[in-house]
Design a binder for this molecule. Structure first.
Ligand code: SAM
Ligand code: SF4
Length: 329
């Protein structure tokens, strides 16, 4: 059976699937205060369509899926969908990215599935600051989720978007969380996927600036060996339980061995986070495409995956400014 391989020899094995464009938070770096123009419900892929797309892709070599959004847990039936996906014997891993507000009562059930790791977004450890960033007062719920997940059998990764002048004073507090907690803290470079576009900032907090901040505070930092196609460069403070990493999402130094594709909640196929969508799978399915048609289509689109995020951005019709909630981060 053919595998999904691009013209640079990169094999695609990881699908990021946005199950909704809706969200219960309004994070400043992701969307404006009034939210985004959500699409009509019938424009969203149904769970059956998502299952079919995932199955076909898994027959082409995708063995890992990350479910994201919007907030996956705001979509009714999401946990049933997880159970459905779990039946796909070609999938080794199902991962989830969540803001953690609605997940706690589902954790026991999720632990029984192929969910290996959960990325929990938490951009501040201060209740007021958290409310300012997310525009919602839910810090206690999210922190409770963090503690439950830490004790669960699921690997816990924390996602922190580093926002100049907003939460950079907490970078060391987050690293300190790894002292006793078995978690992976990951600092993400902020990107202009916020519904508005590139912001003016006093100081650019990219990979180099973030690592400098940490190096200035610790003498005993060990670089870890990054897994193949890892999105983060990972480190550990000696004698600490957990690890930390930096995701160079905007400086894009991780494209060489990229193994990822994305499908948005409306079925738009993306070869790269920075492209503006290359093909609508939902329409193709609703027009009656067979699984063989889908396979041929996926193989031909992936073959055109751009070399890196800079090339993908150059090929766009419009500037980067759409909300991450519509793409699926
Ligand atoms: N609602 C879920 C959450 O927040 O975890 C899943 C969707 S969210 C779009 C996925 C990830 O993208 C989150 O970790 C979020 O922090 C990150 N993200 C959103 N907007 C971003 C931006 N402009 N730059 C960098 N990361 C961003
Ligand atoms: Fe919602 Fe996640 Fe975007 Fe925050 S980052 S507004 S939680 S989709």
């Amino acid at each position: 059976m053919s595998k999904l391989t691009d013209s640079f020899g990169r094999q695609i094995s990881y699908l990021r699937l946005a199950v909704t464009d809706r969200c219960n938070l309004r994070c400043q770096y992701c969307m404006p205060a009034h939210g985004i123009d959500i699409v009509d419900r019938k424009e969203l892929l149904t769970f059956k369509e998502m299952y079919r797309i995932t199955r076909v892709l898994s027959e082409l070599g995708v063995n890992k899926v990350r479910l994201t959004g919007g907030e996956p847990f705001v979509r009714k039936g999401f946990v049933d969908f997880l159970e459905m996906l779990d039946f796909n014997d070609l999938l080794d891993e199902i991962n989830i990215t969540t803001n953690g507000v609605l997940i706690s009562k589902h954790i026991e059930k999720i632990e029984q599935l192929k969910v290996k790791s959960i990325n929990l977004s938490i951009d501040s450890l201060k209740k007021d600051k958290f409310a300012e960033i997310t525009r919602r007062d839910v810090f206690d719920d999210v922190y409770e989720t963090l503690e439950i997940l830490e004790k669960s059998s699921i690997n816990l990764k924390l996602n922190i978007v580093v926002q100049s002048g907003i939460n950079t004073d907490e970078i060391i507090d987050f690293v300190e969380l790894t002292k006793h907690k078995n978690i992976a803290v990951r600092f993400i470079e902020e990107m202009p996927f916020n519904g508005v576009g590139q912001k003016e900032v006093k100081e650019v907090w990219n990979y180099n600036r973030i690592i400098k901040e940490i190096e200035d505070n610790y003498k005993t930092l060990t670089k870890l060996v990054d897994g193949k196609s890892s999105t983060s460069r990972n480190f550990k403070i000696d004698n600490y339980t957990g690890t930390f990493g930096i995701i160079p999402a905007f400086t894009r130094t991780i494209c060489d061995d990229c193994n990822r594709i994305r499908i948005t909640s409306t079925g738009m196929f993306k070869n790269c986070l920075f492209d503006d969508g290359v093909f609508n799978i939902r329409d193709f399915i609703r027009e009656g495409a067979s699984n063989d048609d889908l396979k041929k289509m996926f193989l031909s689109i992936v073959a055109k995956k751009p070399k890196d995020g800079f090339v993908a951005e150059k090929q766009r019709k419009s500037n980067v400014s759409e909300s991450m909630s519509t793409i699926g981060g």
